[in-house]
Design a protein around this ligand. Structure first.
Ligand SMILES: *Cc1c(COP(=O)(O)O)cnc(C)c1O
Length: 378
């Protein structure tokens, strides 16, 4: 899995634009930290969107080896991929039971999150024919996105639901990253009421941030996603308790010393002057280095900060290396430049792009050479 690690330090071959390194030991440490916050209750892992862009199979294998027994994905197809890699754990599919999909759930031992009355009825009918099988009941307590309206519970057969094996009753917090937001407490209260109707089920409310906003939010099963991958679950406190999991390095294609006043890149949005040194890197927005970072981002060469200048284009971006070069840093074609590292994290890059770490992670492209370091769990 670490092919490419034999390359000389600080360079990579020309086959790809760069190297995406995923630290599975950091991932495992993050899961243990989150599980410890559950104080004895289990902690699931949300691995939708290909493990937040990081790679669902290596992620889930390692977390299963750490003791994670419950995974959440968004789509059935994601669940099938995960099931093929891991026969053991429970896998819940957040986006629910679409018409005709019950046989797929059964064939691959997946469990649907039942998000509306029709899905509850369809699953109970299916279970009446084929035998009771695990599901989660997803009730919307104030996010207005997915899940049953709590009033809908008055219209369905709760005994049928209560009889499902391994039932989870879940809801999702809309503002957990803002601990003082009043919606948190309203959702918690509504969830508390609702879980009373299912005394034998496992109750699950907290996402990553929800595990940090108070004891009352943890219930029986944690459901973190982004914090596993190093995203900060406590953005209002600043300090990130998680370990960085992702490092992204892009290769220098060209370095030039500007001779005459000129502009840089599409739209001529930046200027360069004689003596300026501009390096062009083999990564762009098609690799998930968002175009919004144009003229705003910072990258690191050997620890030296270099500004992104000009527009990020599809496969290329340009940086000003004048100062780094003056400080004696060698920058030549093949040099690897850090776009994301432990000092300039996924969340920092997100801030440069006016977005959130989730979007940076899930945008990470497939063209980089991917290497997984740390124990694989196999
Ligand atoms: C994505 C998701 C999570 C995980 O959220 P994070 O903020 O990434 O921890 C948990 N529950 C549901 C329903 C989700 O959609």
């Amino acid at each position: 899995m670490t092919k490419g690690a034999d390359r000389p330090n600080g360079t990579c071959g020309g086959e790809t634009g760069g190297i995406l390194t995923i630290d599975l030991d950091a991932l495992a440490a993050n899961w243990r930290l989150l599980r410890n916050r559950m104080e004895g209750n289990p902690c699931a892992a949300v691995v939708k969107a290909n493990g937040y862009g990081v790679g669902v199979v290596p992620v889930a294998r390692r977390l299963a080896a750490e003791g994670c027994e419950t995974f959440f994905v968004a789509h059935i197809e994601e669940g099938v991929t995960l099931r093929q890699a891991l026969p053991g754990p429970e896998i819940f599919v957040l986006n629910g039971l679409s018409p005709g999909s019950a046989p797929s759930y059964r064939a691959h031992q997946l469990a649907p999150c039942l998000n509306d009355i029709g899905q509850v009825r369809a699953w109970l009918d299916h279970c009446a024919d084929a035998g009771p099988t695990a599901a989660a009941l997803h009730v919307d307590t104030g996010m207005t996105r997915l899940g049953l309206d709590p009033h809908d519970l008055e219209t369905i057969d709760l005994d049928g639901l209560r009889a499902l094996p391994d039932l989870i009753v879940m809801s999702h917090l809309a503002c957990a990253d803002e601990p003082d937001h009043p919606l948190n407490e309203r959702q918690r209260g509504a969830f508390e009421d609702l879980r009373m109707a299912f005394p034998a089920a496992r109750a699950s409310l907290a996402n990553s941030s929800g595990l940090f906003i108070g004891d009352g939010y943890r219930f029986d099963l944690g459901r973190p996603g982004v914090a596993l991958y190093g995203g900060n679950p406590t953005p209002t406190r600043g300090h990130n308790p998680m370990r960085p999991v992702v490092r992204l390095q892009a290769r220098v294609l060209q370095v030039r010393e500007i001779q005459d006043n000129c502009s840089i890149g599409y739209g001529a949005t930046a200027d360069a002057f004689p003596g300026t040194r501009i390096a062009t890197l083999a990564a762009g927005y098609a690799d998930g280095y968002l175009r919004a970072i144009s003229n705003r981002g910072t990258v690191y060469v050997d620890g030296h900060a270099c500004p992104v200048v000009g527009r990020v284009s599809m496969d290329l971006l340009t940086i000003d290396v004048t100062k780094a070069a003056a400080d004696g840093i060698a920058i030549t074609p093949g040099t690897l430049v850090d776009l994301i590292n432990k000092d300039h994290t996924v969340d920092d890059v997100a801030a440069d792009a006016d977005t959130i770490g989730y979007e940076v992670l899930t945008s990470l492209g497939n063209r980089f050479h991917r290497q997984y370091v740390g124990g694989s769990g196999e």
